[in-house]
Design a protein around this ligand. Sequence first.
Ligand code: SF4
Length: 491
Amino acid sequence: MTNKLDPWSSSEINDYSKLFEEFGISPFENVLPEIPSPHMYMRRRVIFGHRDYEQIAEAMRTGAPFSVMDGFMPSGKVHLGHKMVMDQIIWHQQKGASAFVGIADREAFSVRGFSWQKCREIGVEEYILSLIALGFKPDGLIYFQSGCGSVKDLAFELGVKVNFSELSAIYGFSGETNLSHMISVATQAADILQPQLEEFGGPKPVVVPVGPDQDPHLRLTRGLAGKMSMFRVEERENANGGKYLSVRSKGAPKEALQELKKQIPGKVKLYEEHLDIIQTPDYPFLERLVSQINQPEKKRYFTAELEEVSKFANEIKPYEFSGYEEYFVFRKVWKLTRKILDEIVAKVAAEFEGYAFIPPASTYHRFMSGLQGGKMSSSIPDSYIALTDDPKEGAKKVKRAKTGGCVTLEEQKKLGGKPDECSVFELLLFHLAENDDELLEIREECVCGTRMCGSCKQLAAEKMYEFLKDHQEKREQAREHLDEYNIIYKK
Ligand code: SF4
């Protein structure tokens, strides 16, 4: 069965692994070893996929600038599903990201028909208070789309590069779709690209943590990042199969291309609408590299490209740079050359009032299921726990939740339970058990039948009560400190 991704209905994703093939989402486990102290959702495989997260992991490791961005449509109660996204925003902010949170009131206005006033009330009372209570720091930006001039202007500019056929293909829009809904889509792409505007420090990697249903926005925005940029850096092959980098442009001023040629060190060939980089030296990097690679056992992956790089390195430095070093040497030189080039291209594009957006990265997390099994639904209060639920009521909901236990205690002792089909275990996994060892122990005891659902429910209900009580106290404190936060409201 084909997965259909629709950001406006809570469609169930029946097989996450299919997303890898159908939409080009990469498995998260591949990038996990590169992340310093990964978040609980990463360690526990709640986050299962990503696009381009390598660049975020690298920024975290090296201290390079990066951003995290996410949005919330002010449509109803803030619940544990929203908490998952907020947790990830806050974690990235703690890891050094500049954080941006958009309250998608344009979307709520166009899709739900909410008034601006209602959007503001829900935005503050539900989402912003909980975001701050969970630990969002005041140096991040929170804004209502309708009040943010830079997002609205950028959305309008992005609109030039999107047409109806494309929106139909991505979102299934029809002749019945209202124009404001389409504008709200461009606004969300602008939300995602905004952190890379000059006023926010220019191009940088941006990660957007989402559920897989939001992937259409990412696909659209990644395409727009390329279409809006003044230059496009491409890897190309020459007639001999050797690789080189080329900077392509459509309609960039001639002076901009000439300026690029001036700024790129190494051999550069300028054509009418593009330039090819034949060699780009990076001295300090090669210096470090040469000292690292004199290891004879790493001589088995000879490539023609590497020989080119080696030859080039020998020209610029008096080292004995062997042509038979490991393949990774070439990849590293290439990667770094590319990075330097991206920086120069971004600088020149800004000088000539053009964009140089890096396609946004994203992570994909599993959805929480409803407390009674099936989907969580905002119209069924028993299917989810709101962060504003009375703590006693929250605890009761846990006790009423569907478990993966057997019908009788005897059976459960004999056969064990099914934690993967258990809403209570899911609550512990996603939110309540901070300690991985504690969680593993619960799982093992469940599977081998030494743990009964009653004790599990009791534990989860107590934890839920404590969490909600504490969170709601923090929400009240957040209310007192709202004016210390950088929040842009609709005028
Ligand atoms: S013992 Fe715990 S984890 Fe296992 S099915 Fe029952 S409630 Fe779920």
